[in-house]
Write a protein that binds this ligand. Structure first.
Ligand code: HSE
Length: 418
């Protein structure tokens, strides 16, 4: 594709994002891009665009030689993969926002890009309006990137804000997130952390060259977080966020997970409220950088799709530098974390698994403790999700081997044992 080539688009999906893109494209004349056909599932719905644009026959788009870009913004992952793979095989560049599809078919998508040499851009699939994928691809070299901490799901962040700052109950907050177009068609994908985990696998690939699936990443959502937890947090000056985290450990391996976390008031992520997302990147010489923007919703997501379409005019494609030009990084579960757990009965808590317990409150009703535990005790068993138990990571939760030994020695000295 040459610079400023005219882009003729076949669009799949006319929901929150598809319609947003249609409107945004109409306000961006300079782009030299035009939607030729829109494929939808249900022809009966009333839509705000000329009727002749719509079809239910996907081949009208995929086999039209004048269409050189397929934009796919549907929510069914398997159908999206069919569309995307056929489009690439038919010689079309692809822009996609389907995080579930990309995460579940990452290996196949990498192979298709390699075989066809065609661009597959997906900036809108993670953190919507924040240009984080292209940033990770282009700016941060493998050796420079120490850690990423991010809020990648707008709905859960919106729900947490409404619950703990505006005292809305959980169900009402979920309904609001749905009505505003932030939540997935099935909102349990947001609430139970799936959506964030899909996005995290995509970002791990661009940040560290890791090709992982959600099975390789420990994650949960905000389904067990409750008012008591928020109160304990408030006493300590902490707020609760669903944080996706990845850190290069001293042994060169990558710790990665998506879990609720207490954040201090001076943490950049505590600034992120409602449907906003935020990414804190720590690199060798620049220290911390903070990216902030809307992570869900029609126009913010459409703006990232638009930016990908615009990048196609210059034949931009991801090189997956960390994957193909470096020795790819590997995930590890060999580290410790500091956790807060709240629970109804001590008998539900395997106390023998903790390295040590720093604080515990065993009053009637809801009990809680703060302790240090090896990460594999969370990864290999889900006791911490059962029986109404709630797990929230402490601020700065990762503890590496060497630090653990130092902390243990210090606590023994304090106890007068060594
Ligand atoms: N359900 C998603 C979210 C939409 O709330 O972040 C944007 O990917």
């Amino acid at each position: 594709m040459t610079a400023h080539r005219r882009l003729t688009i076949g669009l799949f999906g006319f929901g929150v994002v598809g319609e947003g893109l249609y409107k945004v494209l109409h306000q961006t004349d300079s782009l030299n891009a035009q939607i030729k056909k829109i494929c939808i599932k249900d022809p009966g719905k009333k839509r705000n665009a000329p009727e002749e644009l719509f079809t239910t026959d996907r081949d009208e788009l995929l086999n039209d030689e004048s269409i050189n870009v397929i934009v796919e913004v549907i929510s069914e992952a398997d159908a999206a993969f069919e569309i995307v793979s056929t489009a690439l095989k038919n010689g079309k560049a692809v822009v996609s926002s389907s995080k579930k599809m990309i995460s579940e078919h990452l290996t196949a998508l990498l192979k298709l890009q390699m075989e066809t040499g065609l661009p597959f851009l997906c900036e809108s699939s993670a953190c919507a309006s924040i240009p984080v994928i292209r940033n990770l691809e282009e700016y941060y070299d493998n050796d420079l990137l120490h850690s990423l901490r991010a809020i990648v799901n707008g709905s859960t962040n919106y729900i947490l804000t409404k619950m703990f700052e505006e005292k809305l109950d959980f169900k009402a907050a979920v309904i609001q997130a749905q009505q505003l177009g932030f939540a997935e068609a099935d909102p349990t994908l947001d609430v139970e952390g799936w959506d964030a985990a899909y996005k995290w696998t995509i970002l791990l690939c661009h940040a560290y060259g890791i090709v992982a699936s959600t099975r390789d990443i420990l994650f949960t959502g905000i389904q067990n977080v409750n008012e008591n937890d928020a109160n304990v947090g408030r006493e300590k000056n902490y707020e609760i966020r669903l944080v996706a985290q990845a850190k290069k450990l001293l042994n060169g391996r990558i710790a990665a997970f998506v879990l609720p976390q207490f954040v201090k008031h001076d943490d950049h992520l505590s600034f992120v409220k409602n449907e906003y997302n935020g990414v804190v990147i720590e690199s060798s010489f620049a220290d911390k950088q903070f990216f902030y923007g809307k992570g869900a919703g029609s126009f913010p997501t459409a703006s990232a799709v638009l930016s990908d379409i615009s990048a196609l005019r210059y034949d931009y494609r991801y090189e997956y530098k960390k994957l193909y030009h470096h020795t790819p990084n590997q995930l590890t579960q060999d580290f410790y974390v500091r956790v807060y757990l709240s629970f109804d009965e001590w008998s539900y808590i395997p106390r023998e698994k903790f390295e040590w317990i720093e604080e515990w409150h065993a009053q009637e009703g809801r009990k809680y403790l703060i302790a240090v535990i090896h990460f594999r005790h969370l990864a290999e068993d889900d006791w911490w999700k059962k029986h109404n138990t709630s797990l929230i990571l402490a601020p700065d939760p990762i503890i590496e081997d060497m630090e653990l030994r130092k902390l243990k020695k210090k606590s023994l000295e304090l106890a007068g044992i060594s």
